[in-house]
Design a protein around this ligand. Structure first.
Ligand code: CA
Ligand code: CA
Length: 439
């Protein structure tokens, strides 16, 4: 193990913010092997933790009982080395490291995506697609959105741009549809035609994917979307609160889905040779994944809500089984036991997990230049925890690093074109917040 000069300096000075220091010494390089991230402390579920039951269901007034995490200022924490060759600049992160500015107010906002011109598409759960001029706070409406089944956890869901949006004007939307007494999420693609004054219209709507089977109830749709650099579309598909379908390769509930941009299954998917729905599947054994993001190395990370306890952050690996409902570090609501992940090493364990729950929703892995010390860290919205949860990675390890109380349930997180971080508060009169460095 190589001990860095920075580590020695941090030990000597016991600076609480030492892990945010970027040191002026080109001779010292961060090596993952030499700087393991300390495991986050585990707190037992408190007697009052029944609020966790509402984490992914309905707005909960109380916050989770776990105290905001401060990673120990140990010499083991990796320093952040940014920039190219040459002298390092010393950067000490302010605490808190951002100021929050409300920009607009929306009705049950759920997801957002920036256009290249800096304006922001925002979905509202009731089926309305908004276009926000974030410079003025003015909010317009994009018409032509298909009818959605609004209720429970369902409605209009995610919105993402095709990687070649500039030339093809294509966007992708997820939403819930109803057939009689059963429900399921669908994904469509459409052309976005922009009008004047933050207005616009969708044309050429084409359905490219749907949950199968449709089932009763209006929970755990998940239906978060992401594109990778190779134009593949990723869809999180929740277990619809039906448990066993997450292990059934005859359906796509409780799975992570990987598709070509036209909805067909790529021939290099892990279960492609099985045909049918299995051909769409990348991973299985998921519960309610509401956040998905790629890191700078192209690794895919997804978080998911646990039951009573056991929220997870998973590194997504081709063809793996993530265990739900066979194992969970949480328990069934009301205390029914579920074996923990460590009882089944054949099933992929989370890289970080939370009990009590944070109720994660939305996620970015920061790659901007506005917050230099944020680069490479994940920022996860917290519903029950009413927080922005920051996770630091060390290769394929991950641990909560900071937790910023926001006083409201946070539904989604995005990174803006200028590197600012944007949050959507959950529920009626949910505000769009812009986070920028203080001062
Ligand atoms: Ca799991
Ligand atoms: Ca358990």
């Amino acid at each position: 193990m190589r001990l860095s000069l920075t580590a020695i300096a941090c030990s000597a000075l016991l600076l609480s913010a030492c892990d945010d220091v970027i040191v002026e010494t080109p001779a010292v390089e961060y090596t993952p092997e030499a700087a393991p991230v300390a495991a986050a402390p585990r707190l037992a579920v408190s007697p009052g933790a029944t609020l966790a039951q509402a984490g992914d269901a309905a707005p909960a007034p109380a916050a989770a009982s776990r105290t905001p995490s401060r990673a120990p200022a140990s010499a083991a924490d990796p320093q952040r080395v940014t920039g190219g060759p040459g002298p390092r600049r010393r950067v000490v992160e302010p605490d808190p490291p951002f100021v929050s500015t409300p920009v607009a107010t929306l009705d049950e906002p759920w997801a957002m995506a920036f256009l290249a011109d800096g304006r922001l598409l925002v979905t509202q759960k009731n089926g309305t697609l908004r276009l926000v001029n974030v410079a003025t706070g003015q909010v317009g409406t994009i018409t032509g959105v298909p009818g959605v089944a609004y209720g429970g956890q369902g409605g209009l869901g995610d919105v993402v741009l095709h990687p070649q949006f500039a030339s093809n004007r294509r966007i992708y939307l997820s939403y819930v549809e109803q057939s009689g007494a059963i429900y399921g999420a669908v994904v469509v693609r459409a052309q976005l035609e922009l009008g004047s004054g933050n207005s616009g219209n969708l044309t050429g709507i084409t359905r490219i994917w749907e949950q199968a089977p449709k089932v009763s109830g209006q929970g755990h749709f998940s239906h978060r979307l992401a594109f990778d650099a190779g134009n593949k579309l990723w869809i999180t598909s929740g277990d619809r609160q039906k448990f066993e379908p997450a292990q059934d390769m005859g359906g796509n509930l409780g799975k992570l889905i990987r598709l070509n941009d036209d909805g067909t299954a790529p021939s290099d998917n892990p279960f492609y040779s099985q045909g049918g729905i299995a051909a769409q599947v990348w991973t299985l054994g998921h519960r309610n994944p509401l956040g998905i993001a790629f890191d700078a190395e192209g690794r895919l990370w997804s978080h998911e809500m646990g039951p009573e306890g056991g929220d997870e952050l998973n590194l997504i690996l081709r063809g793996r089984n993530y265990g739900w409902p066979l194992v969970s570090n949480g328990s069934h609501y009301g205390g029914g036991d579920i074996p923990d992940h460590d009882t089944r090493p054949d099933l992929e364990a989370p890289k970080e997990w939370w009990t009590p729950v944070i109720a994660p929703a939305g996620m970015i892995i920061y790659s901007g230049n506005l917050f230099r010390t944020f680069r490479g860290d994940a920022f996860i919205g917290g519903l029950a925890s009413q927080a922005l949860v920051r996770v630091r990675f060390n290769g394929t390890s991950a641990a909560e690093y900071r937790r910023y109380g926001m006083g409201r349930r946070i539904r989604d997180v995005e990174q803006g074109p200028d590197g600012a971080i944007w949050l959507l508060e959950d529920g009626g009169n949910g505000r769009l917040l812009k986070l920028t460095p203080p001062g």
